[in-house]
Ligand binder design. Sequence first.
Ligand SMILES: [Zn+2]
Ligand SMILES: [Zn+2]
Length: 352
Amino acid sequence: MFKAKAYSAASAISPLALTTIPRRDGTENDVQIEILFCGICHSDLHSVRNEWSEFMPTQYPIVPGHEIVGRVTQVGSAVTKFKPGDLAAVGCMVDSDGTCPECRAGFENFCPNMVLTFNSPDKHLGAVTYGGYSESIVVDQRFVLRVPSNLKPAGTAPLLCAGITTYSPMRRWGVTNGKKVGVVGLGGLGHMAVKLAHAFGAHVVVFTTSPNKKEDAIRLGADEVVISRNADEMQKHAESFDFILDAVSADHDINAYISLLHRDGNLTIVGAPPKPLGVSAFALIMRRRSFSGSNIGGIAETQEMLDFCGKHNITADVEVIPIQKVNEAYERLLKSDVKYRFSIDMASLKSE
Ligand SMILES: [Zn+2]
Ligand SMILES: [Zn+2]
């Protein structure tokens, strides 16, 4: 065991502050990583403030962070995929049983024994796992990803959650060249969805409530922007979409979007509104449409996503901050005051 500097919260109402945490000495299958950048995901904030207490109660202290990019410093004797000096990444999970039907099908993200990167029981050290707001992390090689060398690390970090969360449903529902794809909400997830759908060759339409996001949506790769409050504009797209990705986590009229799908079209939701949505069965039945959800992706698919991003030179648009600004960043996140993801430069932790 060794000590690592980290930022943790002591309770649901405490700010994040400097601490030291234990990290395990690497086993033969472990990769030790010096963290360079960690993205700030909205679920970090939900967990720190224990807002998902019903199904994922937070154990304090919590060290959040699951969008990790770093440099390999040490590898165990059985590690074949990595060597010291390699750029590597870790996403939302750090372990799974490897034997259940989900794992065998490549869906570690749905494994009943999956271990999340933070706030999950830690079978090595007891207590819970600690995430990426730290100078280092030790992870089994099966859960460490390779980073294409052309991608800048700061903007690559958010690919590990926002990237795979939007990439996976697009692959699942066959987004390819010539398909018409809608993206609802232009935040951390939405802006990645636009970039990825554009790279797949789709015709991309962004739905937003803010007219001032129009220019940015086009810059990110959208072909059209629809102001969702404008019923006439919405009507023009009725029954025309192959696939719509809904990244809105506030209450909204889901049927207004379902009715824009053509026959067999799918709407996948990746935002998590706190209250149940009123889905119209009629809207689904009439054109054999489907409505589904999605949650990150398996390890093989996450690597595929990173390689795809390498090939198309895609990273997230990030505002790089020192760790000392993390509490301020959380307040700004609540106001959607970031384009489009914060990425923490972990070198700032060295000076503390
Ligand atoms: Zn996340
Ligand atoms: Zn499993």
